[in-house]
Write a new protein. Sequence first.
Length: 581
Amino acid sequence: MESDRLLFWEIQQRQKRQAYLILFFLFLFYFFSLGLLTAGLFLAAGFFIPAFNFWQTPFFGKYLIFVFLISLILTAINFFQARKAGATFILNRLQAYLPQKDDRYHLTFRNGLEEIGLASGLGEIKGYIIPSLNVNSLSLVDRDNRPAIAVTEGLLAEASRDELQAVIAHEVAHILRGDTYLLTLICSLASFFEQLLSSLEREKEGLSFDSLTKKSEREVVHPFLYLAGLISYALMTFFITLVSQKRELLADSTAVELSRDPMALARIIYKAQLANSYLGDFSLYTPLFLVPPDSREIKENFWSRLFNSHPPAITRLKLLTSMANRSLNELKEQIREQEERRERARIEARSREERLINSQEDGLNQFLTSSFEVSKTEENKIWLMRTAPGQWAGPYSLSSLLALPGFSPGSRVKNLWENREGKAREFEAIRAALYRLYCHEPIEPQRQNRCPRCFLELAESFYEGLRVKTCSQCQGKLVPLFAMEKILARREVGFSERLKAKAENLRKNLDDPAWRRKEMARKPATSCPQCGLGMAVKPYSYVLYLPVYKCFHCQVIWFEADELEILQYLIENRSTPSFKS
C-alpha cells in the first residue's frame, strides 16, 4: 500500500514538472513568434521613416520588455484557460455524451471501465461516447484531475468484450503514466484560439437580432478563423516535437499487464487502422487518440518521428504479437475467423413476405387492419386550410393540419363536419390540440403509443442493443433519431436471402428521380405515435433516398416493415470494411 502511495506521489510530481516545462515552452513560443512578427513590422517601418532606428538601445530595450510582458500575459491566459475548460471544450467539440443506461453496448463499456479501474487502482473512471461510426478512443484529465475515457460508437460496435477491455486498459495506461495529463494540457493549449473564437461567434450571434447583421459579422470573423487555425496548428506542431512516440508503445505494454491479452489489443488496433478511424477535422487532438484520426499511413523515418505523435501501426502490431509469440499473419487469421463467427451468430431478419408465408392468419389480420386504418384515416379528414392564392387545400386530419409548414393559430381553416369557417384559434378542437402539444402531451391520448398503421399498442423491444418500440402485427418500428447512428454501426442483425434481394432491387431504384417521386407520393398520411402530429414523409438522407416517416417534434422515425433492415443492409454493404484479407 505504501508503494502505491509513493507511485501516485511520483506521478503527481512528474505531472507538475511536465506542466512547468510545457508552460516554459509555451512562453518561448509566444515570445519568439510575437518578437519576430513585431520586429518585422518595425523594420519595415524603418524603410518609410528614415529617422526611425529599430536597433537603438533605448527603443530596443523597451521593445524587449514589451514583448516579454505581452508573451507572459498570453501564456498565463492560455495556460489557465486550458486547465480550466480545455477537457470540457474537447469533449464538446467531439459531441461526446455520457453512456445511456438502457443501451446494452454502453452498459458493457461501463462495466469494463469499472473492472479495469479497480484492477489498476484508479477507482472511478468517467466514460463518454463519441457519436461516430469509426473506430477510435481517447483519454482525458479534467481540471480536478479526474480521468475520463471516451470511445466511439463504431468501436463499441466492432470490438469484442476482450478487445474493449484492452482498449480501456490502453487508455488507463496513459492515465497511470501521466501521458493523459500532459496530452490533455497540450491539446487544450493548442485549441485555445479555436475556443476563444467560438465563444466570440456565439456572443455576436446572441447580441444580434438582424439576420443581415449576423451574416456580415460572420464574414468579418472568417479571416480570424483561419488565423486561429494557423496558430493552433503551429502550436500543436511545436508541442508534438516534444512528445515521444515511445509513450504509445509503453502504454501498449502496460495495457497488456492489465488485460493479460496482447492479441486483443493488436486486433482492435488493426481494425481501427484498417477501418477508417477518421473523426472529422480534429487533427489538433491526434495525440489523444488510440490511432491517428486522419487515418494516414505513418512511415518509419526521422521526420515521421519528429512530427507524428504515434508510431507506425505495424510497429505496434509487431510488438504486441511478439508478446503472444504470434505473427502478423496469425493476427489476420484470428480476425478473419472472428468475423466469420460473428456472421454466423447474427440474428437473421426475414422479410415481411416471408413472415406472411409462415402465418396465413397474420396475413389476413394484416389485410383487415389495413382496411380499418384506411377507413379511419378518411373519416378524420375534416379540415381545410386556405392557401396564399385564396384556395382551399385539404382535406386534412387534425394532426396533419397542425403539422403543415404554413399553419399558425391565425391561419384560415374550415371544418367540414360543422360547415364552419374561421381562424384556427377560434376552433376549440385546435386550441385544445395546441395546448396539449405545448404541455408535451399527445393530440389524441387514445392513440398514444399505438401503431399508426394497425392501431395496436406498441411494445418495447431491443434492436441492436437499443430499446425501440415495435408493432407486433406489421413489424413497424419507432426509433429515436439519435439512436440511428448506433443501429447503423452495430451488426447483431443479419438478413435473409429474400430480404437481401429486396434491398438490392431497391438499390437499383434509389437513383431514379421518377421512382423517388412515386414512392414519396405512395406513402399515405399518418400520425406520430407519441405526439399525434402528422409525420412528414422524407428521405432518410440525401445520400440514401429511402422515404420514411419523420416526426421533427418528437425527433423520431417510423420505419414500416423491412425498411430499417433494408437501410442497414444498404449501408453495411456500401461502407463496411472487410477484415478477411
